[in-house]
Design a binder for this molecule. Structure first.
Ligand code: FAD
Length: 440
């Protein structure tokens, strides 16, 4: 449909939806072009037959830092039910094949402030940015330091500790409480955040010609001329070259992309084949003390919201290696881990026939889960997001967030709005031409 168009937004994930909504508020016409057949990007809820028809969040599952998360008030205003998952959460920790004692658990709980204080000391010492692994190295006698490192690195930030920037870790520590959306975050985002926006699905962008006079965006359905373009695809997609930029993006962008690689988390959900609940309460997080840096491991969440499955989270190098081997290897890895904790009871309870294995690393629209900063690259987030060509081209999304929410849906929302504000301001100051009939 020939139409006047101000801004093309590439991607209908949270950042793209936030950007398009903000542009509309500014009185600008935005077209969102989305490669896949759904909106929400890395927030995706599916009803899973393999889990007895339960809804399951393949990507984002929690609204972190609920006190300041911008999506919390939106969900509340829409009447969605938010579940305070911290209040539901139970925890068990294994040391080898036995459960940790109360005294050991107290020591584990205190290991977090010890770890954070040690990280703060390293940062206060100044000098070059180090890695997360440097923190545990200053705590050689702490029996729990490597377990905290495992949570902060491979689990939460989906990165190996020795390749994760200490500054970036500190800046994006997610302190505060967590909420789940009843029905799934992906369903909430798809159902609430796209309303009234001009979104075209199955419309992959493969090229962007850009200058300070405007942009031409190449899609499978033809070229779109517009005054500006906001690019929200992951750093993995950008680095893959799937979108050809003409002229090529400056070398500084390539440097940022190299410094903000995608980490990977694979979720493996296995449905119990019988009534045994392994003596664990509902919504029970289970981990095992890490004895050696880098040992392949997974953390488990049993019986979420009282359901009959366990969800395992595998992060960083272990996840990339298992992804190469395929879904069956992921399931076997989790079953072996379960058996090592619970013996034959778990082997029988989880035959592995009913399983969900997420696919973020393989999906060409994402190529990983979310970006982390290599040591020395914490500032690459802001550099990557700088407006280019007089504000006619802005890259944004979770990887560019600077508000302490990088890697999250809240961060993606903030950054989509930031990009849209930058474009709106640039177009206000220098309106340029407004293409009349913009689909060729
Ligand atoms: C396993 C996992 C667990 C997570 N857990 C949490 C959590 O609990 N809480 C939390 O806050 N965050 C979590 N996250 C992170 C969160 O999901 C992301 O940070 C956020 O959704 C990213 O949004 P975005 O808009 O920046 O990018 P995306 O969601 O990636 O949006 C970009 C969009 O661009 C599309 N696209 C790609 N290429 C093209 C192209 N060539 N043309 C057109 N469109 C294209 C993609 O299909 C996608 O829809 C998790 C992510 C994963 C994968």
């Amino acid at each position: 449909m020939p139409s006047e168009i101000d801004v093309v937004v590439i991607g209908a994930g949270v950042a793209g939806l936030a950007a398009a909504a903000r542009l509309r508020q500014s009185g600008l016409r935005a077209w969102v072009r989305e490669a896949s057949g759904r909106i929400g990007g890395r927030a995706r809820t599916d009803i899973e037959p393999a889990l007895g028809g339960a809804w399951f969040d393949h990507g984002a599952a929690w609204l972190h830092v609920a006190e300041s998360n911008p999506l919390v008030p939106i969900a509340e205003a829409a009447g969605d039910v938010l579940i305070n998952s911290d209040e539901l959460r139970n925890e068990r920790t294994f040391i080898g094949v036995r459960l940790a004692t109360e005294a050991e658990l107290d020591d584990y709980a205190n290991a977090w402030p010890r770890f954070i204080a040690a990280g703060d000391s390293l940062l206060a010492a100044g000098g070059l940015d180090g890695s997360l692994a440097d923190v545990a190295k200053t705590l050689p006698d702490d029996p729990w330091a490597l377990s905290v490192e495992m949570w902060e690195g491979p689990v939460i930030c989906v990165s190996q500790p020795d390749r994760y920037s200490l500054h970036d870790w500190k800046r994006n520590m997610l302190s505060g409480s967590n909420r789940m959306v009843d029905g799934g975050i992906g369903a909430f985002i798809a159902g609430r955040l796209g309303v009234g926006l001009d979104i075209r699905l199955n419309s992959k962008v493969h090229g962007v010609c850009w200058s300070d006079a405007g942009v031409t965006v190449q899609t499978g359905q033809g070229a779109i001329e517009a005054r500006a373009c906001i690019v929200t695809v992951s750093t993995g997609v950008l680095a893959s070259g799937a979108i050809a930029f003409d002229p090529p993006l400056p070398a500084s962008v390539g440097d940022c992309l190299a410094g903000l690689p995608m980490g990977l988390a694979i979720k493996v959900a296995l449905r119990a084949s019988g009534p045994d609940r392994l003596d664990l309460p509902d919504y029970c997080s289970v981990d095992r003390r890490v004895e050696t840096r880098g040992e392949p491991t997974t953390v488990l969440q049993f019986w979420p919201l009282g359901r009959d499955y366990v969800s395992a989270w595998i992060g960083a190098d272990t996840a990339w290696a298992l992804q190469e081997e395929g879904d069956a290897a992921c399931v076997d890895f989790v079953r072996d881990h379960l058996s090592s904790l619970f013996g034959g009871r778990a082997t029988d309870l989880f035959p592995g026939t009913e399983a969900v294995v997420t696919q973020w690393g393989r999906d060409a629209n994402f190529l990983g889960s979310y970006a982390y900063a290599l040591p020395g690259y914490a500032d690459a987030r802001s550099t990557l997001g700088q407006p280019r060509a007089d504000g006619r081209l802005v890259i944004c999304g979770e990887a560019c967030n600077e508000d302490g929410l990088a890697g999250t849906v809240g961060g993606a929302w903030h950054d989509g709005r930031r990009a849209a504000s930058a474009v709106a301001e640039a177009l206000r100051q220098s309106p340029g031409r407004r293409p009349a009939s913009r689909v060729r």
